[in-house]
Write a protein of this length. Structure first.
Lengths: 499, 190
């Protein structure tokens, strides 16, 4: 006896339609079915996503024809109708992340956009389903090779999830087909969290903007594909998934990675990582003016404030603070890659030399200028690629524990905190109308008590601090220093997690 | 500094597993040291090696789950290999003479279970096939050495050699060029 299926809300909706509309819908589902040649479970899930989106449109008064046009299965392209056969070696920067990850530590970062209304999960899900095909190397799962990890195509349903864990929580990448990123929503915020093997902040931002643009289109806005928003109906470009480190490595001169241990801030390390996230929203123009009036860049001004805040967050009298500044290599080289293409510069300051913002700003500016010079970056890139090539024939089971040991001893101890500034993010005008602000949160590492990151959009600069200790000295001093420059600051954040 | 909370209340963040792992790590470490010391003091067979291997098995298979590619086939292969080594250790250190008969039977059983896991869902499990292929090749090489070098011609060894060869051929036949591309991926040095 055939099993009788329980009628769903979609069945009731279909039954309520006039014959003509029902036929349209049947035809739509038939076309959709042809686009979904994947495992049954994934197929059922994606079909249900379409149904939920159609129901949402119906409830919100969008005519069926308009709904079906916005959700046209053709927007899936051939992504789900072809088997998952692609694979990608990890880029030179990404190789270290799976080697050094542990059950306690994973390199995850997060980018969020705050829209002018609450997120509609049904449409965000469809936006992700349509967008993922344009980023094929995101639709992957990490695998062990004999010598290196690699990412293997995984054509599955990529679900959006309501926020329910700490920001930048570890992503479970261990199961068959596990994804290395997640898309989350909470109230009016849509967030993408990425395991660093996939991309860096710049690539992640292109994904977030393209996803948000598609979401707004599904809501009825006409958002063009410009200003870093990719046309999701275009075929993916091979240049977007290349390892540009290998492409631009040149010359023999290299610079070392090993640095002296940095002085760390005080405060007991929390078991939950991060234990708190705090955002400082400021007027970008006012911040820019404050920096310019001191003859410095915004990054230098914030870094100088961070040095003073670091000093306020320790009882130590001697030692040197190191701030790690990720550097976008796309500034130096013609690159369209959406994968990792960033290195870092270190700026250092002895605790005895830290006086006032104006007192240390010239030195901070000098170090930044020197540290991110063309030659220095080229040397670091040469060193990174050389290191990767020199150990390429060492089996993974040897590389993994050694890398974990070295990273634990040298990597995390080498810096006190991080300042990653993504700069001013351009968005199409039609999209900008719906975006209030964005934020960028770095996952915390083993020792550094705070990780700072910054992004500016629509005239709002958001400085975020991810904390690894309950000691509030760092952010309180930072806040006071920002206030002293005359900036009007709106502070938001999370509760203390795990306490 | 007052601020607005803009994050939801989270589900209790589970760090219990970290503590469990930490506590068991300490227990296993202490137990290993005690076993070795007691074994040395009392003398006799090196039973502490078997005790330590048993703890390593629990640690590897249960407590320290792999961070990448944790699936039934990879865990099954690991269990089969570690069990085989445990049996050989018991044979060599405590009660000799039976491992060459029992280990092939256990390996045969493991191969059959893993083969069933693979063939009932080839489209999904083809992504996890490599540990099974490597195990099969190792078993073929191992049984060939046992059969032709050490003239260990017991029926379980012959059955194991034939089963693993059939399994390897069936896997190659099922996956065809995909198996080759899987090998290219696994051995890449880019």
């Amino acid at each position: 006896m055939a099993k009788k299926l329980r009628p769903t809300a979609f069945t009731f909706y279909t039954d309520s339609l006039p014959q003509e509309d029902r036929e349209k819908l049947t035809s739509f589902i038939r076309v959709l079915d042809r686009h979904l040649r994947i495992a049954r479970e994934a197929k059922v899930g994606i079909t249900r996503d379409f149904e939920n989106a159609i129901l949402w449109y119906s409830k919100n008064g969008v005519p069926l024809d308009a709904a079906l046009e916005r959700l046209a299965p053709a927007k899936l392209g051939g992504f789900y109708s072809r088997p998952a056969d692609d694979w990608y070696p990890l880029d030179a920067a990404a190789k270290v992340y799976p080697l050094s990850m542990s059950h306690k530590q994973m390199a995850v970062f997060r980018l969020s956009a705050y829209l002018d209304s609450d997120i509609v999960p049904e449409l965000l899900q469809m936006a992700l389903t349509f967008t993922i095909k344009r980023f094929p190397f995101f639709a992957t799962t990490i695998k062990n090779g004999v010598f290196w990890h690699y990412i293997d195509a995984a054509k599955r349903r990529f679900p959006v999830e309501p926020e329910s864990t700490v920001p930048c929580a570890d992503i479970n990448v261990s199961m068959t087909g596990s994804k290395s990123f997640r898309v989350l929503y909470f109230k009016n915020r849509v967030s993408c969290e990425f395991f660093h093997i996939l991309t860096d902040g710049t690539g992640g931002m292109v994904f977030l903007k393209s996803l948000t643009a598609e979401y707004l289109r599904l809501l009825g806005s006409d958002v063009p594909a410009e200003n870093g928003v990719l046309d999701i109906d275009e075929l993916p470009d091979a240049a977007e998934s290349t390892d540009d480190f290998s492409k631009y490595v040149s010359g023999k001169k290299t610079s070392g990675f090993v640095d002296k241990p940095a002085l760390q801030m005080g405060g007991k390390l929390s078991a939950v990582k991060p234990c708190q996230v705090i955002h400082f929203d400021m007027d970008a123009a006012a911040l820019h003016d404050a920096a310019r009036s001191r003859g410095a860049s915004v990054t230098a001004l914030v870094a100088a404030m961070m040095f003073i805040a670091c000093k306020a967050a320790t009882d130590k009298q001697h030692g040197t603070f190191h701030i790690q500044l990720p550097v976008n290599m796309r500034r130096y080289y013609e690159s369209r890659t959406l994968r990792n293409f960033s290195l870092y510069a270190n700026i250092r300051m002895s605790i005895e030399d830290i006086t006032t913002v104006d007192g240390i700003l010239p030195e901070v500016s000098r170090q930044i200028k020197e540290g991110i010079g063309d030659e220095k970056m080229q040397e670091m890139m040469n060193a990174a690629v050389k290191l990767v090539r020199s150990v390429r024939l060492v089996p993974l089971f040897i590389k993994c524990p050694v890398a974990r040991l070295i990273y634990g001893f040298l990597g995390d101890r080498a810096f006190t905190t991080t300042l990653s500034n993504l700069g001013v993010v351009e968005v199409p005008g039609e999209m900008g109308e719906h975006i209030r602000k964005m934020d960028f949160v770095l996952g915390t590492v083993a020792l550094a008590r705070a990780a700072c990151s910054m992004v500016t959009v629509n005239g709002v600069a958001t400085l975020s601090v991810a904390k690894l200790t309950t000691d509030p000295s760092f952010e309180e001093r930072l806040y006071a220093l920002l206030k002293e420059t005359g900036l009007n600051i709106r502070v938001s954040g999370s509760e203390l997690y795990g306490f | 500094m007052d601020f607005e909370i803009i994050y939801p209340k989270i589900k209790r963040h589970s760090i219990a597993m970290l503590y469990v792992r930490y506590i068991f790590g300490l227990i296993f470490l202490a137990a290993s040291v005690i076993c070795v010391v007691v074994n040395i003091i009392l003398g006799g067979v090196a039973w502490s090696v078997i005790a330590m291997w048993g703890m390593l098995m629990v640690w590897t298979l249960v407590l320290k789950a792999p961070l990448v590619e944790r699936n039934l086939i990879s865990q099954g292969v690991k269990l089969a290999v570690m069990t085989g080594i445990l049996l050989v250790l018991i044979d060599r250190l405590i009660y000799p003479g039976w491992a060459s008969f029992v280990v092939p039977i256990v390996s045969y059983a493991a191969l059959i279970v893993l083969a069933i896991l693979f063939f009932v869902n080839v489209s999904k499990q083809r992504h996890n096939v490599m540990p099974l292929v490597i195990l099969t090749v190792l078993v073929i090489v191992g049984s060939a050495i046992a059969l032709f070098v050490f003239s260990e011609r017991s029926w379980p060894m012959i059955v194991l050699a034939v089963t693993s060869a059939v399994l390897l051929i069936a896997t190659i036949f099922t996956l065809k060029s995909r198996l080759f591309s899987e090998i290219v991926k696994r051995f890449h040095i880019k």
